[in-house]
Design a protein around this ligand. Structure first.
Ligand SMILES: Cc1cc2nc3c(=O)[nH]c(=O)nc-3n(C[C@H](O)[C@H](O)[C@H](O)COP(=O)(O)O)c2cc1C
Length: 410
């Protein structure tokens, strides 16, 4: 082999130094290519109790693991030789077009994960043209969220409390602030057993103990934000000190039935979604009452463990009620491919819970933008690779499932 000394003119084209990015957050977010990457960054930057409150689920966390596994077991059936030079990722949901087939799910106590909390979610959703759902357990008020994202589409999530008048006062405030959809959550008659929270001694608000202080040392940014911004509190509930499970069990009403749902339907002027439906029979009863959508969800695995996987329920529910109501889905969505699979199986729309919160914990508002950017890129690329240019072209023929988790038919 003949060797030679390298010439500067040969080296020059190889030297592609990137412009340095000085902001640590920007650098971190740009290095995240998947929601799983955002989760890893979030874990490093967030105190354990807050991260586990978000990341964790109930009991053995089987519901969540299975929901994610069901998506992992999807096998796509692409069509080739189609013109996919332009694709449209938008979706009509409850009478209004959303730029993407997913929105942000309601999550409680969001400013604990990162101080920008619900405002980061609502403004990012507005910028992306997708709906943002605010929880009854939010840490930012109904009016403040609406004011921060004035052109955005807002949904309000209702937990029915023992004190009906106070619950309905919140609903009235949401209607007055322009929220167009009410999500009535029905899978929390009692709190699920969130064991990580018990083990971590997670309380609301977080308490300073020798352990939490030790945990703070490698996560100074979170603590700095926590101690130098508005104190963390529920925006719609009275002050509380105790565990989340104790709070849920004190406030929420285990006597709520279909009659109450019909009553709420009659009160609310906008669209009603029942969140947490987990059977064909219940989906049919909700449709009879005249709601606008059922959201197949097991609360991200945070309530009943070993609950049905929403993705498995989807075809039967769509067959039974799909002509009367929209069928939405959440739980376990970590990628745009998961969203596309759900739409192909007949879902009108999907919601993301943790995927948004991992972005939030990784980098506040910019982190939520990054989550949406990652998911939307994945949706678009998957559509192209499947040979479709609109979401309406997706059919169940585009998706099959490897049988590892197939429920046994009776
Ligand atoms: C930290 C956290 C808090 C939540 N709080 C609420 C809530 O207040 N109300 C509600 O209806 N659902 C709540 N959920 C459930 C979400 O709305 C959604 O159903 C779930 O996160 C979807 O699963 P995923 O996280 O795998 O996307 C919460 C979920 C998480 C992760």
């Amino acid at each position: 082999m003949k060797r030679q000394l390298p010439h500067a003119r040969d080296l020059a084209p190889l030297m592609k130094f990137k412009k340095p990015v000085w902001s640590g957050t920007e650098r971190r977010l740009a290095s995240a290519l998947t929601v799983e990457d955002l989760r890893r960054i979030a874990k490093r930057r967030t105190p354990r109790a807050a991260f586990d409150y978000t990341d964790g689920a109930a009991d053995g966390e089987v519901s969540l693991a299975r929901a994610r596994e069901a998506f992992a077991d999807v096998e796509f059936r692409p069509g080739v030789l189609r013109d996919v030079s332009t694709v449209d990722t938008s979706r009509e949901v409850l009478g209004v077009r959303s730029a993407l087939p997913f929105g942000i799910a309601p999550t409680g106590f969001t400013r604990m994960m990162q101080t920008e909390g619900e405002i980061a979610g609502a403004t990012a959703a507005q910028a992306a043209g997708i709906p943002f759902a605010l929880s009854t357990m939010a840490t930012t008020s109904i009016e403040d969220v609406a004011a921060a994202s004035p052109g955005g589409r807002h949904w309000f999530q209702l937990y029915m409390w023992k004190d009906r008048e106070r619950s309905m006062a919140l609903v009235d405030r949401a209607a007055a602030a322009g929220y167009d959809t009410l999500l009535v959550t029905v899978d929390v008659p009692v709190a699920g057993a969130r064991l990580r929270d018990v083990r971590n001694g997670m309380t609301i608000p977080p308490t300073l103990t020798p352990r939490t202080v030790a945990n703070a040392i490698p996560r100074p940014a979170w603590w700095f934000n926590f101690l130098t911004t508005e104190p963390l509190a529920f925006a719609s509930l009275d002050a509380w000190s105790g565990t989340v499970a104790e709070l849920l069990d004190t406030m929420f009403d285990p006597t709520v039935t279909y009659e109450d749902l019909a009553w709420i339907r009659a009160q609310w002027p906008g669209k009603v979604v029942v969140k947490g439906v987990q059977s064909v029979v219940d989906a049919a009863r909700c449709a009879e009452i005249g709601v606008d959508a059922v959201l197949l969800s097991n609360h991200g695995g945070r309530q009943l463990d070993r609950a049905p996987v929403p993705f498995h329920l989807l075809p039967d529910v769509v067959a039974e009620v799909g002509k009367d109501v929209e069928v939405h889905l959440d739980t376990g969505i970590m990628s745009g491919q998961d969203v596309v699979a759900a739409i192909a199986h007949g879902a009108t729309f999907t919601l993301i819970g943790r995927a948004y919160l991992y972005g939030l914990m990784a980098g506040g508002r910019a982190g939520v933008d990054r989550t949406i950017e990652i998911l939307s890129g994945q949706v678009e690329r998957t559509m192209r690779l499947l040979g479709v240019t609109t979401l309406d072209e997706l059919t169940p023929d585009h998706v099959t499932q490897l049988v590892r988790l197939e429920p046994r038919r009776r």
